[in-house]
Write a new protein. Sequence first.
Length: 139
Amino acid sequence: MHFQVTESDGETFEEATLMEATSDILVSPHSRCTVSVLLDEKPIHQEFTAVTRMSLPGNGVSVFIRRKSDGVNVFGYKIKNLRVVFSPDVVKCCRPIKDGEGDPDLEMDFLSKGVIHGVIACNHKILLRSGDSSKLLVK
């Protein structure tokens, strides 16, 4: 499978995915065969939501801001509470975890929503006929 981001605009991006199927067909030496590959194409247009959970280690995580010109650290701080950094009022795609699912200070869920649009190949069939076109070898 091949995956590539083809367009990005802020928090919106477009991705292209290419899937391939390969088949190895073995025939006897000096034989003659005809192969037909049949694929059905099914259009897809479906909304989706994916949840990604971010977790901090129990003692938090250190963050450093470096100056681009010389790489010197100009500021550092320690994040111990994700609710402070990713407030749902500011970051619209995040939500606190539900009660009983973990520590709300150390874990946060992020929602990604989008639309899958394209065509998928399905019902892959390989027809292999010997030199005698009436004799089907593999289906």
